[in-house]
Each structure stands twice: as structure tokens, then as C-alpha cells.
Ligand binder design. Structure first.
Ligand code: TYM
Length: 339
């Protein structure tokens, strides 16, 4: 079992990142340890170059993201925790895979289409080739499980396509180089939606702070955001079918379910018939209960830059070591000798 996943150190991590991905980093890190497998979690700082960015902010966010991940339970003694920039094999592997990835495949990526909008010509080349770097990230470590939210599923499918084509083109049939990675997506938190609009996903890039709960929001802010969340005037239904066509209600029930480890059906069997005036405070409390210890730990870790840098340096050294055999084999398969 090889668990590999990444998160961009841009902006503050939010509830969608937490429920969609980080909770599963922790779960799979423990499963991998129990099975004698390995877990690699990294900050995708090279991916952050695909959009306009402020270098000083990127450095600061990278440290803060390490502190957040550790505060959420990613344990650097069990997980190889690092940032891409310190492991040149990611960029090298991307270049090798650029020969295999097809323009048509990248053109179909919905994230590319959404982020580029009508201005494709004005985008960075990095935004277009972003999914090839993502493929390199997971293939370099022979990932089997990749914990992600649903928005990353298409990128993982592309990683599989690249791996398969590379194996077909450059490897013997009985000795493929790359393992095909499987996305690991949580059922009730695959896509946490904005608190202001139940049809668009909760995102770091949404201009409204009220659209998302940041993992470092204090209890008053959390309560305020939940109380102001967009809803409809109907009470909660008693069964899941009643959530159809009610995206905001479905989102809040989904968040409650994911936080409490219950199914949405169970949440509705307990809260069905309640109006949002009663359900929102209950949801706010569960959120505050989850986030308070994370926040306390984050505040403790955040100030110790040296310790955070040491975690990254140690993780990077281990990642460099673990990635080399596959990188060497990829060079060799392509008829290149690595210097
Ligand atoms: P990023 O930084 O946008 O998000 C980090 C993780 O959080 C998940 N996520 C969500 N899940 C549920 N609901 C939401 N509203 C929500 N918003 C974000 C994302 O699916 C992701 O798992 N390209 C990736 C980073 C990356 C990566 C990788 C991931 C680079 N290389 C290799 C996996 C494997 C990204 O930008 O995630």
C-alpha cells in the first residue's frame, strides 16, 4: 500500500480540503503503517506556479500548511511529509512524461477549462501541463491509493492513462514500470459546496470569505458563517430523497454527516422535520468541536519555523531517496542515462 497525495499551499485550507482529503490522509497513513506500507503527503508548491503568485506569500503559506496538516493529524514520524520543490525528481519525471501525455488529453481537463475560461492564450504553460506534474507526483512513488476530493478524479484518470501508455510504449508486457493509482474519495464529503451557493464547490479562490470555513477560523466566526449560510425555507426532510433539488440543504447535511461519521440518512432520521434555525446551531457546534483542537495545535506549531522547516527537510530527504529507483527506471526505459 503506497498512499500519495498533495495539497497546494495557496490560501488557507478549508473544510472542503479537510473533509474531502486531509481526513483520509490521516486514515490511510495509519492503515499504511499497520500494513507495512508507506504514506507520502506533500505540499504542491510547484503546482502553485501555474497561477499568478506572490513568492513571499508562497513561502509563508508552505510553512503554515505543514503546521495545519500536522495539527490535523498527519504525523511526520509515520508519513513522509515534504514539499515538491525540495525533490527535483517531481519536475524531472514530469518532463519525461511530457513525451507521453497528449495535448488532446490535457485539453479535455475540466480544471484547465474552468480556470482558463475564455482566455486560454493568456494562461501559463504550467496551468496547461499541471496534470502531467500531478501524474509525475503519484507515479514517482508507485502510488496505489490517492486520497482526494472528487474534483481531482479526472486528473487521477489522466495519471492512469499516462502510466498505461508509458508502460505499453516503453516496457515489456510482463514488466510494466508504473503502478496504476486509484483515487480514494470519501462518499459523503466528495464535494463540499460553498456556503453561499450549493451548486459551486467550496474553494480557496472564492472571493467571499463567507463561502468557506477555514480550518483556522475561531468559534465565533464558524458559528457566524454557518448561521449566515444560504438555505431554503423548508424544514429538513426525513429521508435523503427529499434533498434532491435542495443543494444547500444537501450540503449542510453532508457536512454534518462527514463530521460525525454518520450517513446522511441517519442524520435525517435524527434531524428530519427541524428547520434550519435548529439545525444550523447543531452543525455549528459539531464544527467548533472538530476545529477547536486543530486550531490549538496549529497555533502551537505555527510559531516554530525551525521545527516546520526541519519536518520538510527530513521528509524531502526521504522522498528523494524513495523516488530515485522509479526515476532511474523511467530514464532507462526511454533510452536515456541519468547523470
Ligand atoms: P487542492 O490544493 O486544490 O486541494 C487539496 C485537496 O482537497 C480536495 N478538495 C475538496 N474536497 C471536497 N470538497 C471540496 N470543496 C474540495 N476542495 C478541495 C482536493 O480534491 C484535494 O484532494 N491538484 C491538487 C494537488 C495535487 C495532488 C497531486 C493531489 C498536486 N499533485 C497528486 C493528489 C495527487 C490540488 O490542487 O488540490
Amino acid at each position: 500500500m503506497r498512499v500519495v497525495s498533495g495539497i497546494q499551499p495557496t490560501g488557507k485550507p478549508h473544510l472542503g480540503n479537510y473533509l474531502g482529503a486531509i481526513v483520509n490522509y490521516v486514515k490511510l497513513q495509519d492503515e499504511a503503517e499497520a500494513q507495512g506500507g508507506e504514506c507520502f503527503i506533500f505540499l504542491a508548491d510547484l503546482h502553485a506556479l501555474s497561477m499568478t503568485h506572490d513568492p513571499a506569500e508562497l513561502t509563508r503559506n508552505t510553512r503554515e500548511m505543514v503546521a495545519t496538516l500536522v495539527a490535523c493529524g498527519v504525523d511526520p514520524s509515520k508519513t513522509v511529509l515534504f514539499n515538491q520543490a525540495q525533490v527535483p525528481a517531481h519536475a524531472e519525471m514530469q518532463w519525461l512524461l511530457n513525451g507521453t501525455a497528449r495535448m488532446g488529453w490535457l485539453n479535455r481537463m475540466t480544471q484547465w477549462k474552468d480556470k482558463a475560461g475564455k482566455n486560454r492564450e493568456g494562461q501559463s504553460v504550467a496551468l496547461f501541463t499541471y496534470p502531467v506534474l500531478q501524474a509525475a507526483d503519484v507515479l514517482l512513488y508507485q502510488a496505489t491509493h490517492v486520497p482526494v476530493g472528487e474534483d481531482q478524479k479526472q486528473h487521477l484518470e489522466l495519471a492512469r492513462d499516462i502510466a498505461q501508455k508509458f508502460n505499453n510504449d516503453f516496457c515489456d508486457e510482463d514488466a510494466p514500470l508504473f503502478t496504476l493509482p486509484e483515487p480514494f474519495i470519501p462518499p459523503s464529503a466528495a464535494r463540499i459546496m460553498s456556503l453561499r451557493d450549493g451548486t459551486s464547490k467550496m474553494s480557496k479562490s472564492d472571493p467571499s470569505e463567507m463561502s468557506r470555513i477555514s480550518l483556522t477560523d475561531d468559534p465565533d466566526t464558524v458559528m457566524k458563517k454557518v448561521k449566515k449560510a444560504k438555505t431554503d425555507p423548508e424544514p429538513l426532510p426525513s429521508e435523503e430523497a427529499g434533498l434532491e433539488d435542495r443543494p444547500e440543504a444537501r450540503n449542510l447535511v453532508g457536512i454534518y454527516a462527514a463530521l460525525t461519521g454518520k450517513t446522511p440518512a441517519k442524520v435525517l432520521s435524527e434531524h428530519g422535520g427541524q428547520g434550519f434555525g435548529a439545525f444550523k446551531p447543531a452543525l455549528g457546534e459539531v464544527l467548533v468541536e472538530t476545529l477547536t483542537p486543530i486550531n490549538a495545535r496549529f497555533m502551537e506549531l505555527k510559531g516554530d519555523q525551525e521545527a516546520l522547516d526541519a519536518i520538510l527537510a527530513r521528509g524531502a530527504s526521504r522522498a528523494r531517496e524513495r523516488g530515485i529507483p522509479t526515476l532511474d527506471a523511467a530514464y532507462k526505459a526511454l533510452g536515456l542515462v541519468r547523470g
